[in-house]
Design a protein around this ligand. Structure first.
Ligand SMILES: [Zn+2]
Length: 186
């Protein structure tokens, strides 16, 4: 029901309506489902007469959303900087991406639709990104009993913070309005 409501508002009032919708729903702090809805609308709209496979689009989109929400249950924050993993050309190469389009499933990633003349790659992220695995390793790997040794172990994990794929920026660096506009202008 909520998705149909969002769908209607998107066409009648534009992307700015989404901010209004989310602030009216008590306790809702994640709009990944709304972002996915937009990506699916975009993909389905462009699918007519193209090589876009609607079933794969939906399948990959739902897998991405599930990964995102499970990430929240494990304590992960949004990571709005993760989409810098690939440049605009490499993001369409399945041989490189292998189901990982961003550094983290906690980003709000739009549908990855290839421009005309470029072979379609992954539509959505369907595997955990390097940032997710790194954050989970920090939070969930087995702790050492010795406090000094444990701190050294954690510091070693943290020392990778500047590695490729581990970029982090949460809701304080919010870029959602720009992302929505990008989707609508494609
Ligand atoms: Zn979220």
């Amino acid at each position: 029901m909520k998705n149909r409501w969002v769908y209607d508002k998107l066409y009648s009032q534009g992307a700015t309506s989404l901010t209004d919708i989310t602030t009216k729903i008590e306790g809702l702090n994640c709009s990944a489902g709304h972002a996915l809805q937009q990506g699916l609308i975009l993909g389905k709209t462009l699918a007519s007469g193209s090589s876009i496979q609607e079933k794969a689009l939906l399948d990959e989109g739902l897998r991405m959303l599930i990964l995102h929400e499970v990430g929240h249950t494990l304590g992960l924050n949004h990571n709005m900087k993760a989409s810098i993993l690939w440049d605009e050309k490499d993001v369409h190469k399945k041989s490189l991406t292998k189901g990982i389009l961003t550094g983290s499933v906690m980003d709000y990633t739009p549908a990855n639709i290839a421009p005309i003349g470029i072979t379609q790659g992954d539509y959505f992220q369907v595997k955990s990104g390097p940032y997710d695995l790194w954050a989970i390793e920090y939070g969930y790997s087995t702790a050492l009993t010795d406090k000094i040794a444990e701190q050294q172990r954690l510091n070693k994990i943290l020392s990778h913070s500047a590695d490729k794929g581990l970029a982090f920026g949460n809701d304080a660096d919010d870029m959602r309005p720009q992302v929505f506009i990008l989707i609508l202008e494609l």
